[in-house]
Design a protein around this ligand. Structure first.
Ligand SMILES: [Zn+2]
Length: 312
C-alpha cells in the first residue's frame, strides 16, 4: 500500500489499531504511513465481557511483541454495546495509552481522510458484518459523539424480528448474518446448487460461505448476494434522500462480495432515490476493505498522541 499518512512532526514509532467486530477481533501494528507491520486476530470474540477483555488484551500483547518498533499507544474501535470503562481497563492491562471511538466512525475516519470518501463534503459509510454499523460526514466533518444506527432503519413493515426489538430493520435483511440466513433458505430449496451441496455436507451457511460460492460461480449463491444487494439499495436510497450524501462507502466483511453485491444496490438506488441525488451519488467499496476500522483506530491513536503531546 502506498504511504498515505504524513501527520504531525512526532518521531517514528507505531501504534496498534484494534477493530472489534461481531465475528472477528483484528489488531494491527501500524506506522505513520498507515503501513501495517503485523496483524493478530481472534475469530468469534466472546460475548462475555470479562472473557472479551482477556481476548483483546492478549491480541494487543501478541501484536506488540511481534513488533520491532516501539508501540506508543492503542486505538480501539468499540461497538456501541460496550461502555467506555472498557478502555480504562485495557489501558491499565497493556500499560499504554488507549484511545477509543465507535467502530464504524473510525472506519469512516480512515476512508474520509485517505480512502474512498476522501474530500467528500457529505458521505455515509455502512459496515456490513454481523450487523450494520454506520458513520456520517456532514459538511466535510466526521460526525462523532452521536450514535448513527442506519442498521435499524425499518425497510420492511412485515420483515423479520430484529435484536433491537423492532422488525424489518435493514440489518435483518442486508447484513452478513442476513446473507447467511437467506443463503440457508435458498440452499434448502436448491439442492442441485453448490449452496445446496454445502448444506447437505453439513457446512454452516454463513455470509462468508455464500460469498465464496458466489465468487466460484454458483448461480444460487449469486442470486442470494444480488437479492441482499437490492435490499441494501433500498436502505441506501433512503439514506441518500435523507442526507444528500454524494458518496456511500460500503465496508465490513461483506465488502468481499464486491460488485456482485454493489451493482444490484446501485441499480435500485438509480430507480428509487430522488432525481438529483440518484445521479450524484457513488456507491463504492471501502478502499481499506475489511481493515478500514483497524486503520481508523490507528489514526485515532496517532491523533490522540499528537494532542497529548500538544497539551503537555
Ligand atoms: Zn433493529
Amino acid at each position: 500500500m502506498e504511504a498515505v499518512y504524513s501527520g504531525s512532526a512526532m518521531p517514528g514509532g507505531c501504534v496498534i489499531g484494534v477493530d472489534l467486530g461481531g465475528t472477528k477481533l483484528l489488531a494491527g501494528v501500524v506506522d505513520r504511513d498507515l503501513v501495517v507491520h503485523h496483524r493478530a486476530s481472534r475469530r468469534s470474540p466472546s460475548a462475555d465481557a470479562e472473557e472479551l477483555l482477556s481476548q483483546v488484551v492478549s491480541t494487543v500483547v501478541e501484536a506488540r511483541d511481534a513488533s520491532e518498533t516501539d508501540v506508543l499507544a492503542v486505538g480501539f474501535g468499540i461497538p456501541s454495546s460496550l461502555d467506555v470503562s472498557f478502555r480504562d481497563v485495557i489501558a491499565e492491562r497493556v500499560g499504554m495509552p488507549v484511545f477509543a471511538g465507535g467502530a464504524a466512525t473510525l472506519a469512516m475516519l480512515a476512508e474520509h481522510r485517505y480512502g474512498a470518501a476522501r474530500g467528500a463534503s457529505d458521505a455515509v459509510l455502512l459496515t456490513l458484518g454481523a450487523g450494520i454499523g454506520g458513520a456520517l460526514v456532514v459538511g466535510g466533518r466526521l460526525v462523532t459523539g452521536t450514535a448513527v444506527s442506519p442498521g435499524h432503519m425499518v425497510v420492511d413493515l412485515d420483515g423479520p424480528p430484529c435484536a433491537c426489538g423492532s422488525s424489518g430493520c435493514l440489518e435483518t435483511l442486508a447484513s452478513g448474518s442476513a446473507l447467511g440466513r437467506e443463503g440457508a433458505r435458498v440452499a434448502r430449496a436448491a439442492s442441485d446448487s453448490a449452496l445446496g451441496a454445502a448444506l447437505e455436507a453439513g457446512r454452516s451457511i454463513t455470509g462468508a460461505l455464500v460469498t465464496e460460492l458466489a465468487h466460484d460461480g454458483d448461480r444460487a449463491a449469486r442470486d442470494v448476494v444480488a437479492l441482499v444487494g437490492m435490499r441494501l439499495g433500498v436502505g441506501i436510497a433512503n439514506l441518500v434522500n435523507l442526507l444528500g450524501s454524494s458518496v456511500v462507502v460500503i465496508g465490513g466483511g461483506m465488502v468481499a462480495a464486491g460488485d456482485m453485491l454493489l451493482e444490484p444496490a446501485r441499480t435500485v438506488v438509480r430507480e428509487r432515490a430522488l432525481p438529483g441525488s440518484r445521479e450524484a451519488v457513488s456507491i463504492v467499496p471501502a478502499r481499506f476493505g475489511e481493515e478500514a476500522g483497524m486503520l481508523g483506530a490507528a489514526l485515532l491513536a496517532f491523533d490522540g498522541l499528537g494532542s497529548a503531546a500538544a497539551a503537555a
